[in-house]
Ligand binder design. Structure first.
Ligand SMILES: Nc1nc2c(c(=O)[nH]1)N[C@H]1C(S)=C(S)[C@@H](COP(=O)(O)O)O[C@H]1N2
Ligand SMILES: [Mo]
Length: 497
């Protein structure tokens, strides 16, 4: 055996213990605060995002969707474990070097200080420090136990690392058990909340009743609303201290707090959102009943001089577009009869009729009127997603009803142009039939469902296309989402059973 390896060997268990302490740090912080900005992984995630090339970020968000987010989160988690492993190392070394008291104190204080520096949260830092402290304490204990027996130094090492890893996993599992693995942003489903206002209950019931009875097809109000964010961990905005300011090229700048907004006349609207990065037959298109204040009320009071607007979010996201598009918009603080979930922009988000999702800024903090144009977050990265949506008919469900009968169905959306008809071809585009449509929901910017049933003996190609309220047919030429939204007609090969 080489002498260098011999000298390094006693260090290996300490490195293992330190890495386990790093995991326990993350687990302890998670246990303390959950998936929130004060979680020690959040700032690391921001750094990972900031140093990643724009093209990679855009690819991860739009192409990989939630998988991209998970990959980025795993990277940030691993880096955070290593970071806190380093912070715990002096404590681990002292403890393994026969000074357990010094070790535990150092193993608590150093990682705690690093956590506080990163998050500014004492609760999160205490969780972090408790995690690393526990690992150092447990391994100091096992070191002592081993000394009494006549075991080899190698088995001490193994026992320490096992004890460390075991307690780190224990802390993390407890964190997951207590906090859950999600972001705490419960998805409002289709159930009509008991305590909602009568208008809201009536509208949600209407949406339920107008949804087509197609097995497996999402109803008119989405049960699982998609999410697109630039960050992995959503801002957690305190609505008590939150304010919305109206600034820039206006006669009268203004600032509103949540109570001001809540005191204004409320409106309830069905609105569909679709991400410009959505694939042609993708799932980044959903509908909810939103409640809030019409933007017009705020704009009138401010009397704007400019004709462009930038909306800013608490996560540093911003987007720029014509003020004209915002005028008929809604500032929503409730979704499907419940408070707006954190994931969808609590306490307040913008809803801009008929436009791609990206200008519907969440966690809204500032409406900045401008007299010159500029580029928003995604436009700066090569997208053109600030305009009106394309018309699309999705083919989301194929049901075999038996005896050669087939049911195809989906959702169609054309922004404020509205869906007039959906046509289906079951022979690869030679002939077209009008599909059955769900009764329209009240609202200027909401999707409809379509359904078509037919008989078929052999393998065939189903194609769908929508026509908007102006009579314009969905654009046929196929193109991917970048830069200004996917185009083409959705088609699928169907084999009878
Ligand atoms: N503050 C903020 N607002 C945002 C985003 C964001 O990352 N940060 N993403 C935008 C994009 S690209 C889309 S498609 C919609 C998605 O809204 P949802 O997550 O509620 O579905 O929010 C938009 N508003
Ligand atoms: Mo988007």
């Amino acid at each position: 055996m080489s002498p260098t390896l011999d000298r390094a060997r006693p260090l290996l268990p300490s490195v293992g213990v330190a890495l386990a302490a790093g995991l326990a740090a993350v687990g302890g912080s998670y246990l303390a605060v959950g998936r929130r900005p004060a979680f020690v992984v959040t700032p690391v995630d921001r750094v990972v995002l900031a140093v990643s090339p724009d093209a990679l970020v855009a690819f991860a968000i739009t192409e990989l969707g939630s998988l991209g987010h998970q990959l980025a989160l795993v990277t940030a988690l691993a880096l955070t474990c290593v970071l806190f492993g380093l912070a715990a190392l002096p404590g681990v070394l002292a403890s393994q070097g026969g000074r357990p008291a010094v070790g535990v104190v150092t193993g608590v204080v150093l990682p705690g200080a690093v956590a506080f520096g990163l998050t500014g949260s004492s609760v999160s830092s205490v969780g972090t420090a408790a995690g690393t402290g526990l690992v150092v304490l447990v391994t100091a204990g096992t070191a002592g136990l081993g000394a009494g027996e006549d075991a080899s130094p190698r088995s001490f090492g193994r026992r320490r690392v096992l004890g460390a890893v075991g307690s780190a996993i224990g802390v993390s599992a407890l964190g997951l058990f207590v906090r859950g693995s999600g972001d705490g942003s419960s998805q409002p489903g289709l159930d009509v909340p008991e305590d909602a206002r009568p208008e809201v209950r009536q509208l949600l019931t209407q949406a339920k009743n107008r949804s087509l009875a197609v097995d497996g097809l999402e109803p008119l109000v989405s049960t699982d609303f998609y999410e697109v964010d630039i960050n992995n961990i959503d801002p957690d905005v305190d609505r008590e201290t939150w304010t919305l300011s109206l600034t820039g090229a206006v006669e009268e700048e203004a600032e509103y707090d949540f109570a001001d907004i809540e005191a204004m006349d409320r409106g309830d609207r069905f609105v569909t959102l679709r991400c410009v990065g959505d694939q042609l037959n993708g799932r980044q298109m959903d509908t909810a009943l939103w409640s809030g204040v019409p933007v017009a009320a705020l704009l009138e009071a401010a009397n704007p001089d400019g004709d462009r607007v930038v909306l800013h979010g608490a996560d540093g996201y911003y987007n720029e577009f014509p003020l004209e598009a915002l005028r008929p918009g809604l500032l929503a603080y409730r979704m499907n009869g419940r408070p707006l979930p954190r994931a969808h922009g609590a306490p307040l988000r913008a809803l801009v009729p008929g436009h791609w999702g990206e200008i519907n800024v969440k966690w809204l903090t500032e409406i900045e009127v401008r007299d010159e144009d500029t580029r928003g977050y995604w436009e700066y990265r090569g997208w053109h997603g600030t305009g009106p949506v394309h018309t699309v008919a999705k083919l989301w469900q194929v049901n075999h009803l038996g005896s050669g009968r087939i049911e195809v169905a989906g959702h169609a959306y054309a922004g404020t142009r509205a869906i007039e008809t959906v046509e289906v071809s079951t022979d690869g585009g030679d002939t077209w039939t009008e599909a059955e449509l769900s009764d329209p929901l009240p609202g200027e910017d909401v999707w409809r469902q379509w359904r078509h049933e037919y008989g078929a003996a052999g393998t065939h190609e189903v194609i769908v296309r929508a026509r908007d309220g102006n009579g314009t047919l969905q654009f046929p030429d196929e193109d991917g989402p970048k830069p200004d939204g996917a185009t083409g007609w959705v088609s699928q090969t169907v084999r009878p059973r």
